[in-house]
Design a protein. Structure first.
Length: 383
């Protein structure tokens, strides 16, 4: 879901298919003009929130699903790091209670719920709000899902709020925590925030790999046998790459602000890792721009191929017409009425084998023209 004049459901950003399905549009979840700050707009199709908690330290890690937001209270202490992952935005009551548990500002809760928001970072007294867009490849590898992810960094906790429960890129992070791989369990909440941001940024690469393969297939199709469906595929892939561009460009600025702005919640050592995230973001942007240029070039190649096909047809028709011009002249001449008793009136009409001679002459003219066209390279290049 992107910050643009139209909003896309996560399941609707699809690649071209045999049925050539269109992208589905629907409006922003924005309050009515004049609504008080903190007004929450819940989408009718939004999933009911599920709350998952992973509480860990250097010695152990506990993963549970919570029934209510209030069950988070016992874990919000200074002895461990708590990651509360909320999946779904379909209950205003649950979200407001969650805001009370984590002491979220009403405008923060509004940014989390009223999607889509532009990727950004906002600092509060004891919290950092980070809004990003997460993309994941579709199961069939033809398109992607896009959803907003909100991260709230506290002193010893990280709260993440996702639009949908079906797709995310955080499973490797969960496995690293439970299996004690890497250094996450020996670090504080800011390092967990870096790991989540890094997973979101790296999630763009598999999606872009799929688009690279699609562009290669389209290039072969455009060169070999372009059709009307080929043009539709090019338009669709250009539109999808534009959506990816709108998703990743603001995230570069958001990550850069985390690096530049001093925050007591983010250590200097973690900012070094965030710079690596920034580099990956720039790399993603470069790939998106490169693919957009390739898609634009495919359009030019398609038009050139179409023009070449038209030229081939016109050349063939021109050759046929040229061959029949002298033949039409000959048969038209012999189709005139003559009085052979008068001088100068085509005496060859009564010559023996005159009819055969006429055919031989016309075939000779045709053969000569074909040889001439061949030597000029108008039929096919001479050896």
């Amino acid at each position: 879901m992107l910050h643009n004049p139209t909003r896309f459901k996560p399941s609707s950003i699809e690649a071209d298919s045999e049925n050539d399905e269109e992208l589905e549009f629907y409006d922003f979840n924005e309050p009515e003009p004049g609504s008080p700050p903190g007004t929450l707009i819940i989408d009718e199709d939004a999933s009911i929130p599920n709350i998952f908690l992973i509480d860990y330290n250097t010695d152990e890690a506990l993963g549970v699903q919570l029934a209510t937001p209030e069950e988070c209270f016992p874990y919000l202490d200074s002895q461990s790091v708590s990651w509360v992952d909320v999946q779904g935005l379909g209950s205003e009551d649950v979200l407001k209670r969650l805001g009370k548990v984590f002491s979220l500002h009403e405008l923060v809760l509004e940014d989390i719920v009223n999607i889509p928001q532009r990727p950004k970072v906002e600092s509060f007294e004891d919290q950092e709000l980070i809004i990003l867009h997460m993309v994941t490849s579709r199961e069939d590898g033809r398109g992607f899902y896009d959803e907003q992810v909100s991260l709230i960094l506290g002193k010893n906790y990280v709260l993440t709020v996702q639009e949908e429960p079906e797709n995310d890129v955080f499973e490797p992070i969960r496995q690293r925590i439970h299996r004690n791989r890497g250094v996450i369990r020996s670090q504080k909440a800011d390092y967990l925030t870096y790991a989540l941001i890094d997973a979101i940024v790296d999630g763009f690469f598999p999606v872009l790999e799929d688009y690279g393969e699609r562009l290669e297939d389209l290039q072969d199709e455009v060169v070999d046998k372009p059709t009307r469906q080929t043009l539709d595929k090019i338009h669709k892939i250009k539109r999808e790459l534009l959506l990816l561009r709108r998703a990743i460009w603001p995230q570069r600025d958001a990550i850069n602000s985390l690096i530049r702005e001093e925050s007591p919640l983010i250590d200097r050592d973690v900012r070094v890792f965030l710079r690596d995230c920034y580099d990956h973001t720039v790399q993603v942007i470069d790939m998106v721009e490169t693919y957009r240029e390739l898609a634009a070039n495919l359009m030019d190649i398609y038009l050139s191929s179409l023009s070449n096909s038209t030229n081939e047809v016109m050349r063939f028709l021109t050759v046929i017409s040229t061959l029949f011009i002298p033949l039409t002249f000959v048969v038209g001449l012999y189709g005139m009425n003559f009085d052979t008793s008068l001088a100068g009136n085509m005496p060859e009409l009564k010559m023996p084998y005159g009819y055969v001679g006429c055919w031989v002459g016309m075939l000779g003219i045709s053969g000569g023209l074909i040889f001439y066209f061949w030597k000029k390279g108008w039929l096919f290049s001479p050896k």
